[in-house]
Design a binder for this molecule. Structure first.
Ligand code: SAH
Length: 375
């Protein structure tokens, strides 16, 4: 039985909104969208048209949805395309080819996304949580704690917004498309598993039901929540898995990635190896190079041996990330000579190794710098 309606007291300050983010067609499968409209007393077949506006035409203005009857348009839009988030600020770097957007969600929570345009591809780096609960001491997001999980639609909307800006030619370099999505913004994607998988499905569903992207262009990055990596292995979606390792030994990793006290280096690497074995997708090991902390030559050898102990059939590659500065962090990036030696030692052991560029660091848009502060 529902409670009787109460008169609300007058309030002079808007209280933080509670409850769930508005339900949007990107949260739903094609069949669920149709059912939702019918539930609202609207014609179910309109769901397909709304989906095409959102995912194919990337339209956000109801006035442009001229194939929907004018008298019903607003109701249809309210039903499946509610307003999800507002861009508060965008910062650009690299002559406009790197764009960081600060978003305000329905309840005031703040998140950031970063668009990075390279010759021949565009990568959207998206957030999956407002804040993060993993508390890695070298990451700006980790310092603020977790506010909340994001919904599937809130995750997808970051990509759609990037796709829209590109399609309209608003990003330096002319009209274009999003080719890659990396779950490397704010949050731990595996701690918001259901919404993240939902988002991956929407990104890969063929148009107009989804964005029609290739799963191979999508990377899910994790601190190593082992049961969730195992679940992803069973999921049967060939996304790229990235494991944020940062240390080959438990003693150091316990400090750098606190969740290591729960799932040890060997367990996390084994889960990643199993992912590669089952999906035939090469796994990426992320390793932020911190001067004098984890960048010693002996640790490169230890890392190489650890990865090779699971076989040398090309199941893995190492992606070194020069540490990006974060407020109050006592750590700095490695000496370039130490970084070169680290790469050399890994390669000598036959482990493919790359060094990531530090796109967006001057706008605090690089790895580990997303703090979503509105200043
Ligand atoms: N929570 C997920 C995804 C977000 S972070 C994860 O940890 O994998 C994406 C990558 O940036 C992770 O490998 C993370 O460890 C790394 N990172 C965090 N802070 C960084 C910093 N200050 N400099 C460089 N990389 C950083």
């Amino acid at each position: 039985m529902s409670e009787p309606v109460k008169t609300l007291p007058l309030v002079f300050e808007e209280p933080p909104r509670r409850g769930k983010p508005p339900r949007h067609l990107a949260d739903l499968t094609a069949a669920e969208r149709k059912a939702r409209l019918e539930e609202l007393g609207l014609p179910g077949f309109r769901a397909k048209q709304l989906s095409a506006h959102y995912f194919s035409r990337l339209v956000d203005d109801p006035a442009q949805m001229t194939d929907l009857p004018a008298g019903q348009r607003q109701e249809l839009v309210d039903g499946l395309l509610p307003h999800l988030m507002t861009p508060l600020r965008t910062l650009e770097a690299d002559k406009g080819t790197t764009v960081k957007t600060l978003w305000k969600l329905f309840d005031g929570a703040l998140v950031e996304s970063v668009l990075m345009r390279y010759p021949g591809r565009v990568t959207m780096c998206v957030s999956s949580q407002a804040g993060c609960g993993m508390a890695c001491p070298f990451c700006a997001t980790g310092q603020g704690g977790l506010q909340r999980n994001m919904s599937t639609a809130e995750i997808v909307e970051q990509v759609v917004a990037g796709a829209r800006a590109l399609a309209r030619g608003e990003v330096a370099g002319g009209p274009g498309r999003v080719s890659n999505v990396v779950f490397m913004g704010m949050g731990e994607p595996m701690a918001n598993y259901k919404a993240v998988i939902g988002a991956v499905r929407r990104l890969t569903d063929p148009t107009p039901d989804g964005l029609g992207m290739s799963a191979r262009g999508i990377t899910v990055s994790t601190v190593g929540l082992v049961p969730r990596i195992d679940q992803l292995t069973e999921e049967g979606i060939p996304v790229t898995l990235a494991l944020s390792l940062h240390a080959p030994d438990d003693e150091l990793r316990d400090e750098l990635v606190p969740v290591n006290t729960r799932w040890k280096v060997a367990e996390a690497v084994e889960a990643a190896w199993n992912y590669a074995r089952v999906t035939k997708r090469r796994v990426s090991i992320e390793y932020a190079m911190m001067r004098g902390i984890n960048d010693q030559a002996w640790r490169a050898d230890l890392l190489g041996d650890l990865l090779n102990s699971y076989g040398d059939w090309g199941w893995v590659h190492v992606n070194l990330i020069p540490l990006n500065p974060t407020p109050g962090s006592k750590w700095t990036a490695s000496d370039p000579a130490d970084e070169r030696e680290f790469v050399r030692r890994l390669e000598a052991k036959g482990v493919p190794t790359t060094v990531r560029d530090t796109r967006g660091s001057e706008i605090d848009g690089a790895c580990g710098q997303l703090a979503a502060v509105d200043d």
